[in-house]
Design a protein around this ligand. Sequence first.
Ligand code: ZN
Length: 69
Amino acid sequence: MTAKLSPAAGQYYSSSPYREAFDITYPQENLEGEMYQYRCKFCKIITTDINGRLENHAADCEYRLSRAQ
Ligand SMILES: [Zn+2]
């Protein structure tokens, strides 16, 4: 590979939280009384703990199981 990337592009990728596979398509629900807190509708783990990673859902989470097939 001899293709040149601009320094700006490199910075973007090294600092981006999206450089790894991101999975945020699971059904979410708002936490009662917590306007900006959401959790997985199936395993009830909050989105900031899941952090876009399928493996952060509960092992028996319905969504995780459906994606793991
Ligand atoms: Zn889940």
